[in-house]
Design a protein around this ligand. Structure first.
Ligand SMILES: Nc1ncnc2c1ncn2[C@@H]1O[C@H](COP(=O)(O)OP(=O)(O)OP(=O)(O)O)[C@@H](O)[C@H]1O
Ligand SMILES: [Mg+2]
Length: 261
């Protein structure tokens, strides 16, 4: 499986880059059914940046996020998070690294329905064997506007509130990099805006690095820059994105995107 080492790279000191991918490739299946989801992706993201990843359905966005977050392994290439290479150590080490340094937010929240909001939030700390502090749960839930919902179950919350719990869960370990895969995909405009502001705040106030997949040009405009993927390859880059500029660029990536997924 995917490997982690605690070895730091010497050339860049205390990791100026939050994320570095070098020629990362990933193919699913084999022979006739083989699909190249990522085809030699090389990129670097500085610390404290907010990057949106966009591209047509099937272009490899989720695969990119999973490989970068150590949730999946590339077939070849190098992934480095916060200066530590995820290719070279053991599985247990990777899991430990991921739990401490990486946060992940899914489109469908992935909360455990049998746990309370507070329990869901501190789960990563518990899994990492850290002392679980109710005050910490309260603090981080308050920061996402849910300080009064600690004892609720996920099914007593709206979609937007559930996603805010998921963000609290991703923030609780104070990770260096937060990956979010279409975090606003299932939300109404207002809840989406709340979630986007929280991600933006994680970057601007707390210096975290956020990488967010989205299909929505407005959501992408909250980021500092946008990376475009097409057929598993990088297909462009946009700084200081406005919704119009993003939509325009997407339209040129191919008709699939122009359909407005
Ligand atoms: N577990 C898997 N097994 C086989 N093929 C897969 C698997 N996961 C992804 N793929 C294929 O890899 C390609 C990239 O998929 P990926 O999920 O990364 O796309 P995406 O850009 O996230 O798409 P979407 O916008 O629809 O979420 C697709 O062709 C997909 O069918
Ligand atoms: Mg996807």
């Amino acid at each position: 499986m995917f490997r982690a080492t605690s070895r730091r790279t010497h050339d860049q000191g205390p990791a100026a880059e939050a994320l570095r991918l070098v020629k990362v490739s990933k193919t699913y299946g084999s022979d006739d059914s083989a699909v190249t989801a990522l085809d030699g992706v090389t990129l670097g993201l500085g610390r404290g940046t907010f990057t949106a990843v966009m591209g047509p359905s099937g272009s490899g966005k989720t695969t990119l996020l999973h490989c970068a977050a150590g949730l999946d392994r590339p077939d070849s290439g190098i992934v480095r998070v916060d200066g530590t290479e995820l290719t070279g150590g053991g599985e247990a080490e990777l899991t430990k690294f991921r739990r401490g340094r990486i946060g992940f937010v899914f489109q469908q929240y992935n909360l455990l329905e049998t746990l309370t909001v507070a329990q869901n939030t501190v789960l990563p700390l518990k899994l990492a064997g850290q002392r679980v502090d109710r005050q910490r749960a309260k603090e981080v839930l308050t920061s996402v506007g849910l300080g009064d919902r600690l004892g609720h179950r996920p099914d007593q919350l709206s979609g937007g509130q559930r996603q805010r719990v998921a963000i609290a869960r991703a923030l609780v370990t104070e990770p260096r990099v937060i990956f979010a895969d279409e975090p606003t995909g299932a939300l109404d405009t207002r809840s989406a805006r709340d979630v986007l502001r929280l991600l933006q705040q994680a970057v601007r106030v707390h210096g975290r690095t956020v990488v967010m997949v989205t299909h929505d040009p407005v959501a992408a405009s909250y980021a500092d820059s946008v990376l475009f993927l097409a057929d598993g390859r990088l297909a462009g880059h946009l700084q200081a994105p406005t919704p119009d500029a993003v939509a325009e660029r997407l339209a040129h990536l191919g008709d699939t995107v122009a359909m407005g997924v």
